[in-house]
Unconditional design. Structure first.
Length: 347
């Protein structure tokens, strides 16, 4: 297939680009190259004659129309978004503009292109979203595809709005859409403002390892390459209009997760004295911090036969190895605006 992938220079988008190229697809990577973009993430894939890049903003309808007309994609995988909850607290405006208005322009450009092609039912618009749209769980229960939406941060509210738009374009205009909502990802090329890379890189620098609140907030972690695999499967196999929750069934509190990373680092790069866990420091909590997310992945497992390929321990060990081996990659990102600073406490 020829895939138009938005946000393909970001963390998850680049994993999808790499996997799609490896599996023989053609890829058009559409990215505005915001602070979160790292073109190096796709440097190897970009050597392929089946790869092309379009520097464009999903809020720019004219550019989108040009790109659809030029490349004639068989499917869209829409990942471009503002993605960091802490940044959404300090500056919600760009989240509204990119995640909601940008998705609206993507849908309209895709609809016009699809209509001009004679409305083929083989076309797909795959919208990639998050489990955060479902809100916050108590001590028990899991999110299913039927869980009512209850977003609680500007980021998750903007993603929830984009999900509603995508479903509406499917129902109202018949645009062939599919959706997926995934839990927290981690892995190679993770931008160094998110929890896992912050912990690895602060530990290596001997800096405090910041834990929001008491560290009891629970997330359901998924290795990014397993997410990319699930996304291509959803694109290829999902019935029209269907949505899938994607998760690794790896619930960990933030404190447990950080302890696991410290144990891996203690083995791979021992400190001269003590454990990396000695650097753990509790800091002011995130305003409105969701207590717990947990995904019930029964639908994608039973309908599409998908399962994650690694446990969280294996995935974290691979991630630590990758960060140890790719210092040039992460050092280059540490000067970007906001990286290394505490964000999201202005509320
Ligand atoms: P990211 O922040 O690492 O990358 C986002 C990419 O989108 C960047 O390359 C950026 O340049 C691009 N982009 C941003 N605004 C744009 C615009 N206006 N026009 C064109 N390109 C633009 O994000 P990520 O973590 O890779 O997340 C990708 C998608 O997956 C998002 O839609 C996010 O909501 C969703 N998601 C993320 C997670 C997670 O754990 N990171 C979990 C579930 C779902």
């Amino acid at each position: 297939m020829k895939l138009l992938i938005t946000g393909g220079c970001g963390f998850i988008g680049s994993a999808v680009v790499r996997l799609a190229i490896a599996r023989g697809h053609s890829v058009v990577n559409l990215d505005a190259l915001t602070y979160a973009a790292c073109p190096d993430n796709v440097a190897e894939a970009a050597q392929s004659p089946r790869y092309s890049f379009e520097h464009a903003d999903i809020r720019d309808r004219k550019a989108l129309d040009r790109i659809f007309a030029r490349h004639q994609p068989d499917a869209v995988m829409h990942l471009a978004a503002e993605s960091h909850v802490d940044r959404s607290i300090d500056g919600p405006g760009t989240f509204i503009e990119t995640n909601i208005t940008g998705t609206y322009h993507m849908l309209e450009a895709a609809r016009a292109y699809w209509a001009a092609q004679g409305k083929p039912d083989t076309f797909r618009f795959h919208h990639i979203s998050t489990d955060e749209v479902f809100g916050s769980l108590g001590a028990t229960g899991q999110f299913t595809e039927d869980t009512p939406y209850g977003p609680r941060s500007p980021y998750s509210a903007s993603k929830a709005a984009s999900d509603h738009l995508v479903r509406a374009w499917g129902e109202t205009y018949g645009l062939p859409v599919v959706l997926s909502n995934c839990s927290n990802n981690y892995g190679p090329f993770h931008f160094p403002e998110k929890l896992v890379p912050v912990i690895i890189l602060n530990a290596l620098a001997g800096k405090p390892l910041p834990i929001y609140g008491d560290g009891s907030n629970v997330r359901d972690w998924l290795y990014v390459e397993d997410h990319a695999d699930a996304l291509l499967l959803v694109l290829e196999k999902a019935p029209l209009g269907r949505s899938y929750n994607i998760g690794g069934e790896n619930e960990r509190s933030n404190l447990q997760l950080v302890h696991t990373i410290c144990t891996i680092l203690d083995e791979k790069r021992p400190r001269s004295t003590g454990s990396y866990a000695d650097l753990i420091t509790f800091v002011t909590d995130r305003p409105g911090h969701d207590a717990r997310y947990a995904i019930d992945p029964t639908r994608i497992r039973e309908e599409l036969g998908w399962r994650p390929s690694v446990t969280i321990e294996e995935g974290l060990a691979r991630t630590v190895d990758w960060f140890l081996a790719n210092e040039n990659w992460w050092r280059a990102l540490q000067n970007r605006a906001g990286v290394g600073e505490r964000l999201g406490v202005t509320a």
